[in-house]
Design a protein around this ligand. Structure first.
Ligand code: ZN
Length: 436
């Protein structure tokens, strides 16, 4: 086949035809009106196979652009998967995607690229890494100098908790490839922070987290709202559960028992089981070696100072404390927002429905790893976080133009909203359970 023939797709398709290919063993995507069969590629996709499936049968131009900073590089992988293009009479977007919103958002991304908003300042991330290493080193030095008495131990736990929480935010930056231009440098740094400093698999995190970004607050796609029947969330699920008479737990009390299951157990129990399980089932020996290096370091540093049991307790307790920090910060931007089944919305509308911001301040930026700018992070996942505050006014203006709500609140309100939304969902469930 000649070069010219290769460039001219042989087939044209309607959206109706494309939408038929949305199953695990038959997945098509549309990117810039071109139709790709990604069924076999999905298993090899570096961002995880589930991620692609979440867009099977629909237009994926916006997430494709948002996740891949080096478009030319990824185009190479797409080329062999091309099966045709959309028929000329078909619109560029499917389902509920608003063409005007898509066009304006695209223009904004082009503008931000020109303004250099996607270029990272390496010293910013270097300082964050230095902060974490100093806290980890300082915590150990405290016990080494003053012994494992109550005072030094408590201070050591405090420093380690701050180090671990800040490491969570920093590994997240590298996971999104928002620091180095070269993807491999981002990966290796993330593995060091996630694997060696935190003792968790970086690949497990990325595969889970990218799904959340691709379809936030969408049932059966976003792992962050998969509550394994422990909680009901949003306004839709509680009513569905109530009507079906599902009562795994008394959900009308979930705003109370959330404090016993969510914040304390997420990191020490759920995340560590998931991380280990994913590494073993995928045979990810590299991540397992990084995690092992974390345990070796902790045991070598702390066993001589506080014994085997003491070291074990130290690790668990730091994780328990960090888990509270992590859960409140990550939930406050999503849980009180709209949570629903797949609606196939455009990128801006979908992200703004599922995400809110917390007010900017030096403390809030540091405490949340700039995830107080959750909206900007979700719209531009590969943007370095030090630029969010510059981009936020432009996003706000675009939302205003299209009548899309842009929510920003004080941190106290945002955290109280987590409690309020759980209470509200529980009441909706009880009402449907008793009366429908
Ligand atoms: Zn993220």
């Amino acid at each position: 086949m000649g070069k010219g023939a290769e460039q001219t797709p042989a087939h044209v398709y309607t959206w109706e035809e494309v939408q038929k290919h949305s199953h695990k063993n038959d997945q098509w995507l549309v990117i810039d009106r071109k139709v790709y069969d990604v069924t076999n590629w999905a298993q090899r996709h570096p961002g995880g196979f589930r991620l692609i499936k979440h867009y099977a049968g629909e237009d994926a131009t916006e997430p494709f652009t948002a996740f891949h900073p080096d478009q030319k590089f990824v185009q190479k992988f797409l080329k062999p998967l091309l099966v045709g293009e959309l028929a000329t009479h078909e619109p560029s977007q499917d389902s509920n995607k608003n063409t005007a919103v898509v066009a304006d958002f695209r223009e904004l991304v082009t503008h931000l690229r020109k303004e250099g908003m996607f270029v990272a300042r390496p010293w910013f991330f270097g300082l964050h890494l230095a902060q974490i290493l100093l806290l980890e080193g300082g915590a150990w030095l405290l016990l080494w100098l003053w012994g494992a008495g109550w005072g030094p131990t408590l201070l050591c736990i405090m420093l380690l908790t701050i180090a671990q929480a800040q490491a969570s935010w920093l590994q997240h930056d590298f996971g999104h490839s928002s620091v180095f231009k070269k993807t491999s440098w981002n990966h290796i740094t993330q593995r060091f922070i996630m694997g060696h400093i935190k003792g968790v698999s970086a690949q497990w995190w990325n595969h889970r987290h990218f799904q959340h970004h691709a379809k936030p607050n969408v049932f059966s796609k976003d792992p962050d709202i998969k509550m394994v029947k422990l909680l009901v969330v949003g306004n839709v699920q509680p009513v569905e559960y109530g009507i079906k008479k599902i009562k795994f737990l008394p959900y009308n009390y979930q705003h109370k028992y959330f404090f016993l299951v969510g914040p304390p157990l997420t990191i020490p129990v759920l995340f560590h089981i998931q991380s280990m399980h994913a590494s073993i089932t995928h045979g990810n020996w590299e991540d397992m070696a990084w995690v092992l290096s974390f345990h070796l370091r902790y045991f070598m540093c702390y066993v001589p100072l506080c014994g085997v049991l003491g070291t074990f307790a130290l690790v668990i307790f730091v994780r328990f404390l960090e888990s509270h920090w992590f859960v409140w910060v990550s939930q406050m931007s999503h849980l009180p927002m709209k949570i629903d089944h797949e609606k196939h919305q455009d990128w801006l509308s979908m992200q703004l429905n599922a995400t809110c911001n917390v007010e900017q301040s030096a403390f809030n930026d540091w405490f949340t790893g700039h995830l107080n700018f959750q909206i900007e992070h979700h719209l531009f996942p590969t943007m370095p976080r030090h630029n969010y505050h510059q981009v936020a006014p432009l996003v706000k203006a675009l939302c205003e133009k299209h009548g899309i709500a842009y929510q920003e609140k004080p941190m106290g309100t945002a955290m109280a909203d987590v409690y309020r939304s759980l209470k509200n969902s529980g009441e909706l469930w009880l009402d449907a359970y008793l009366h429908k």
